[in-house]
Design a protein. Structure first.
Length: 365
């Protein structure tokens, strides 16, 4: 790695991993949902001693400065990856294909999934920016282009947000969606609403884990996952994070967001039943001792698939940005190996290309 590239990676990584942000941390002690104003501290998932949200198993992601520094150095020393420069194949979508998107699911890229069933279209964690960063010019750079722009999206009924990290809650993407989708509804975890309102959203519902809301006859329910939240140096775990269970009368969808492996997925099935389709992350997991509590690896993803008892699954959170040390093409290879060992067919847990659709999941659903 030459000095120029090392310098660029150093600055980008420092900014990203310290989560420096021009966004205001603000006072996030007050949230609002359909029931009116209430204190976030009233949530059973809010630790009133630390003044932060916490997973029932504890804050397993509270890294020391030394651990963060060691990871920062390792990330700087990572080898060049050709995929960071070339990206992966993209299935481009015409305007006609997008506007006719019906009874279908598409992996747009990273954790962005678009799904339509029974005339309701949902978009998860929209990320259309060139950088997963608080800045528009530096940070983890997009390797694989988007299959279309936010302006080309079909009418979206609901946008689901899992948490506030920059690769999942993107200011540019939200502003573009609000600009072109005047009637879109956002459903988010506790504390996230304030930013969306600042960015132009007018219909936002924020919820605690297991708190349901119905939209057009479809039930949306946030579920616990083992992760964390942060957008500045001062707001760690001041907002909630979540997976999402979406229930139609004849179909269900589980979006895992970002998560380490835990018993949460078995609890989801026990409480809400087995989903018809799940979006399960498979990337951003090395070094394992550092990332284990935040991100599942492909082998864990197979465990999640089995815990959920899901019929079909899509691999997400890989191949778009390089966020950790593993090569960008490694997650699908390891997933394939883990699936073969577990006896899971590739027709059940699929690795799609960016922009690729999978309408077959709705046949006979």
């Amino acid at each position: 790695m030459n000095r120029r590239n090392f310098f660029i990676k150093s600055i980008a990584s420092l900014l990203y991993f310290t989560n420096s942000s021009s966004a205001k941390a603000g006072n996030q002690s007050i949230a609002q949902n359909e029931n009116g104003n209430y204190k976030l501290s009233d949530s059973p998932n809010f630790n009133n001693l630390t003044k932060r949200f916490q997973h029932p198993d504890g804050d397993l992601n509270d890294k020391s400065f030394g651990e963060l520094f060691d990871f920062f150095i390792e990330f700087l020393k990572r080898g060049d990856d050709d995929w960071e420069n070339t990206g992966f194949p993209v299935v481009r979508k015409s305007n006609v294909e997008l506007q006719d998107f019906s009874e279908n699911v598409m992996w747009v890229g990273h954790s962005t999934v678009m799904i339509n069933h029974s005339d309701l279209t949902i978009l998860t964690d929209p990320q259309f920016s060139d950088y997963a960063s608080p800045f528009s010019f530096i940070g983890p750079r997009r390797a694989t282009p988007t299959p279309f722009t936010p302006a080309e999206l079909p009418p979206i009924d609901v946008v689901l947000i899992s948490h506030n990290h920059f690769d999942h809650l993107d200011e540019y993407s939200i502003k573009e969606i609000c600009k072109h989708q005047t009637s879109v509804k956002f459903v988010v975890p506790l504390g996230v609403k304030r930013l969306l309102i600042e960015w132009g959203a007018t219909d936002v519902t924020e919820l605690d884990w297991w708190q349901p809301v119905e939209v057009n006859g479809v039930m949306f329910q946030p579920t616990p996952v083992q992760h964390w939240s942060k957008r500045s140096a001062f707001d760690r775990n001041k907002t909630l994070w979540a997976g999402w269970f979406v229930q139609w009368q004849d179909f269900s969808f589980y979006f895992a967001g970002d998560t380490g492996y835990s018993n949460d997925f078995k609890e989801v099935t026990e409480r809400l039943g087995r989903p018809s389709l799940a979006a399960i992350p498979i990337g951003a997991y090395e070094p394992r001792d550092f990332m284990k509590s935040s991100h599942i690896n492909p082998e864990d993803a197979v465990k999640v698939y089995k815990d959920l008892g899901v019929k079909y699954a899509i691999a997400i959170h890989w191949g778009t940005f390089r966020l950790t040390l593993e090569k960008m093409d490694e997650p699908p290879v390891r997933l394939d190996q883990a699936m073969r060992i577990a006896g899971i067919s590739k027709t059940r847990f699929r690795v799609l290309q960016h922009g690729q659709s999978w309408p077959e999941v709705f046949i006979g659903s």
